[in-house]
Design a protein around this ligand. Structure first.
Ligand SMILES: [Zn+2]
Length: 284
């Protein structure tokens, strides 16, 4: 690393204080794992994993598709589905305006992308939720896209792979319509399971709330990326409710593996091979 080509700390420190997901930030980035300044290209070459400490950065949905599916094989489903604002919900900003901003910033219609593609020449039904779009929360569109994905996987007898990156859980701006999605996707998964389908669920940082409490936890095989935050309510909420000190490492992949909640921790570089191997083991 050439020290003289490092950027002026005063300029990048500002960017790090307010990192905006989905927006390119420059040649360097600070690793939240080891606090080192990392050459962005180097991190990208390692699929968004820190070369110094193996910290796993957020990966946008489009990039996740490039990383996991064979080149040029992805065909998107239900791309045209767009969220509406049936409750005319207003918090700090009207929901309708918030949606337009999020769509412009991320290039996504909503927080999930679904479709079909190949993983090492095995055809799969593939979905990914992206925490950069309203925390990856599950509103009607995310729920509907995932439900259709599961139903098509059943019809076409495809292995189902869903990568979850959702810090938001249910989307409060859609109220009860958002909460219904948990039951809807779970019911579709139950039918898929009864039909003998294979569902590999991959939990990434963060997978929380209604997403963790529905489809993300329902995999036949559940993988997680290292050190991902996975849980239902946040640790502060839990601590305030039960008034007991939470154990060390609570709600991390490693803690959940130890307690039997997930099956395996898979580093990002191994994820594609590991999914392909699972499909083969299960004879799908
Ligand atoms: Zn690092």
């Amino acid at each position: 690393m050439n020290a003289s080509s490092r950027p002026d700390p005063s300029s990048w420190r500002n960017m790090i204080k307010h990192p905006k997901r989905g927006v390119p930030e420059g040649l360097w980035k600070r690793c939240p794992g080891c606090q080192q300044t990392i050459f962005r290209k180097e991190a990208e070459k390692r699929l968004g994993v820190c070369p110094e400490c193996d910290y796993h950065w957020h990966v946008p949905a489009q990039e996740r598709i490039r990383q996991l599916l064979d080149d040029g094989t992805f065909e998107e489903w239900d791309e045209q589905l767009r969220p509406t604002d049936p409750l005319e919900f207003v918090d700090k900003t009207p929901y309708a305006e918030r949606l337009i901003k999020e769509q412009a910033r991320t290039g996504l219609g909503d927080a999930a992308v679904t479709g079909t593609g190949m993983i090492r020449a095995r055809r799969v039904a593939f979905g990914v939720t992206d925490s950069s779009f309203m925390m990856g929360s599950m509103g009607s569109v995310v729920g509907e896209k995932l439900t259709r994905l599961v139903e098509r996987a059943a019809e076409q007898e495809l292995p189902l792979i869903i990568i979850s990156g959702s810090g938001g859980g249910a989307r409060m701006q859609e109220g009860i319509l958002s909460l219904m999605q948990m039951a809807k996707v779970s019911a579709a998964l139950a039918r898929f399971d009864a039909a003998g389908g294979l569902f590999v669920s991959v939990l990434t940082n963060p997978t929380m709330g209604g997403v963790a409490a529905s489809f993300a936890s329902l995999g036949d095989v559940v993988f997680a990326e290292p050190k991902a935050l996975i849980g239902f309510a946040g640790p502060r909420t839990i601590q305030a409710t039960i008034r007991i000190e939470l154990p060390k490492g609570f709600q991390t992949s490693e803690f959940l593996l130890e307690h039997g909640f997930i099956d395996r921790i898979v580093p990002r570089q191994d994820l594609k091979s590991e999914i392909a191997r699972t499909i083969d083991y299960c004879g799908k």
